[in-house]
Design a binder for this molecule. Structure first.
Ligand code: FES
Ligand SMILES: [Fe+2]
Length: 396
């Protein structure tokens, strides 16, 4: 049954709201030296070993091309106008490396020919093959066109988005598997949406911040900080018990996590006699965030899906880049104002996080010891999962 997990999550949220303890989270206190974790060049390589969330699927309609970045490199995405499949290539000409399409451009192609702006070498975007070299007979007679197509990248569409990945991840996990987290997100998008593929963008934003990527990820793994740091933003729409905003957590696929918090209209007595109305009410009275290890979050809010990817910038342990997109569940225009109002609240909240983590990172000292308590079990899990991957898969 679709959304079966919601019933157990609802019960556990109701319990959290009525009592002071949180049975879901660890009871142990964990101490660590954050300097070592956040300045580790080994740990910094981990996001590059996993699939990179590049773009929500609905932002690349059939026959469109989009220039994005993957691991700091410019790439091209193209959705075939007939088959609807997506292909990814480096956005780089095989002649002398010119960028073929300008940064952050998404356009409908009039033809399948991509012409390099520098000397007009021409490629077929369907398979990246090199079709034409001006002056070929005189200047490049020894160059085999079939060996000089665009460099392809592996890509896949799951969980409402387009993901690009390199060879390094093959050692860590098999991305050909459809993971539990992907199935759940796709089911949720189906339940929330008449047609998520018709979703519209409410907004998109990028931040470049002066802090390690792990510390930024950690901000959305716990809700303990919501009543204090987000007092006037996210806390206004959530429901707290007498300690904090409760969050129900489940671990999926080993390192991935589902986290649900109750909104103000959460009804602990919601009766399950009608499965359809239960699901509708559950979705409109909670917010669920999926953490896709190591650095992507997908949050299903009442009115839109919020995709966020956090990556190290230029191999620098002290800088990260965050990309976010908010996408409606359908193409209805009339909800747009409410969506934009909600998104403003989310962005204000997220910027409170970035401001906080930049200051923490700036003031880190080598001998500092951080303590994680029972509301921060996901953070402990994340830091340990990063450690395990770094130990077993990252060569120095
Ligand atoms: S660099 Fe592209 S045609 Fe010369
Ligand atoms: Fe936060």
């Amino acid at each position: 049954m679709k959304g079966k997990w919601m019933h157990s999550v609802h019960k556990r949220l109701a319990t959290h709201l009525s009592c002071t303890s949180s049975p879901d989270v660890t009871k142990e206190v964990y101490r660590c030296r954050p300097w070592d974790l956040y300045h580790s060049t080994k740990r910094n390589k981990i996001p590059g070993m996993f699939p990179h969330f590049v773009l929500p699927s609905c932002l690349l309609p059939n026959g469109y091309i989009s220039s994005q970045t993957y691991n700091g490199k410019p790439i091209l995405l193209y959705r075939d106008s007939e088959s609807g499949t997506v292909k990814a290539f480096l956005n780089k000409c095989r002649h002398r490396g010119a960028q073929l399409v300008g940064a952050h451009t998404t356009v409908k192609l009039k033809s399948r020919a991509i012409v390099c702006p520098y000397h007009a070498w021409t490629y077929d975007i369907r398979d990246g093959s090199l079709k034409r070299i001006p002056g070929e007979a005189e200047a490049f007679s020894c160059v085999k066109k079939e060996d000089h197509g665009l460099i392809p990248l592996s890509c896949k569409e799951v969980a409402g988005g387009i993901w690009v990945y390199g060879d390094a991840m093959k050692e860590v996990e098999d991305f050909s598997e459809h993971k539990q987290v992907h199935i759940e997100i796709e089911e949720l998008l189906d339940l929330s949406a008449e047609s998520f593929s018709m979703g519209r963008m409410v907004g998109t934003k990028e931040w470049e911040i002066d802090a390690n990527w792990q510390i930024s990820v950690e901000t959305f793994l716990e809700s303990y900080h919501v009543p204090s740091l987000h007092k006037n933003t996210l806390n206004i729409v959530t429901q707290a018990n007498n300690k904090t905003v409760p969050m129900v957590t489940d671990h999926l696929d080993g390192c991935d996590i589902r986290m649900t918090v109750p909104l103000q209209n959460f009804d602990a007595t919601l009766y399950e006699e009608n499965a359809k109305s239960f699901v509708e009410q559950f979705l409109s009275s909670t917010t669920t965030t999926y953490f896709l290890f190591p650095n992507v979050s997908i949050t299903l809010t009442k009115r839109f899906a919020f995709f966020m990817s956090i990556a190290p910038r230029h191999d620098d342990v002290s800088k990260s880049k965050i990309s976010a997109w908010a996408i409606t569940y359908n193409d209805h225009e009339e909800q747009m104002n409410l969506c934009q109002r909600d998104l403003e609240g989310v962005v204000n909240g997220v910027e409170e996080d970035w401001d906080c983590v930049e200051k923490i990172f700036k003031n880190l000292s080598k001998d500092q010891i951080s303590i994680y308590g029972s509301y921060e079990g996901n953070n402990i899990k994340f830091l340990n999962d990063v450690k395990n991957i770094a130990t077993h898969f990252v060569n120095t």
